[in-house]
Design a protein around this ligand. Structure first.
Ligand code: 5GP
Length: 129
C-alpha cells in the first residue's frame, strides 16, 4: 500500500508544498512543532533513511539544506534543526524545524496553525528559494 507521503506526492492527499524536483519534495508538516516545520522526502518510497542508496541520501541532504536556508531566512528562529525519526510514517523524511528553544525539538508541544497561516508560511519560505 502506498504510504501517506506517496499519496501526497501523487496529489491524492493535499499538502502545503514548499519545493519540488524530479526526485524530492518538501512540504509543511501538518502537525508542526513550530511554524515553518517542513518535511523533505525522496519520491522513491523507502522506509528507513540509511536504507537509501548513497547518492539519493546525499542528494536528499543537499535538497534539505537548500530548503533549511530558506526557512531560516523566512521564519524568525535561532536556527533550523534537523531530525530524522520515522516512527509514524515509514517513508523517509527529514524534519526541518525552526528552533527557538529545546522544546521546539521535542515533538511534544505542537503549534496550531490555520490554513491561512500555512499558506502564508509557504509563501514566505518560497520567496527565499
Ligand atoms: P515521524 O514518522 O518522523 O515520527 O513523524 C511523521 C511526521 O509526519 C509527523 O510530524 C506528522 O505530523 C507528519 N504527518 C503525518 N501525516 C501527515 C500528512 O498527512 N500531511 C503532512 N503534511 N504531514 C503529516
Amino acid at each position: 500500500m502506498a504510504s501517506i507521503f506517496s499519496k501526497i506526492i501523487s496529489g491524492e492527499i493535499p499538502s502545503y508544498k514548499i519545493a519540488e524536483t524530479d526526485e524530492f519534495l518538501a512540504f509543511l508538516d501538518i502537525n508542526p512543532n513550530a511554524k515553518g516545520h517542513t518535511l523533505c522526502i525522496p519520491k522513491k518510497e523507502v522506509n528507513k533513511i540509511f536504507e537509501l542508496d548513497e547518492k539519493t541520501y546525499l542528494d536528499l541532504m543537499s535538497f534539505s539544506r537548500k530548503v533549511a536556508l530558506a526557512i531560516e531566512k523566512a521564519i524568525p528562529c535561532k536556527r533550523v534543526g534537523i531530525s530524522v525519526i520515522g516512527l509514524e510514517v515509514p517513508h523517509v523524511h527529514v524534519h526541518l524545524i525552526p528552533l527557538n528553544s529545546m522544546e521546539d525539538a521535542r515533538f511534544v508541544n505542537k503549534e496550531s496553525m490555520t490554513p491561512e497561516e500555512f499558506q502564508n508560511t509557504v509563501k514566505a519560505i518560497k520567496s527565499y528559494l
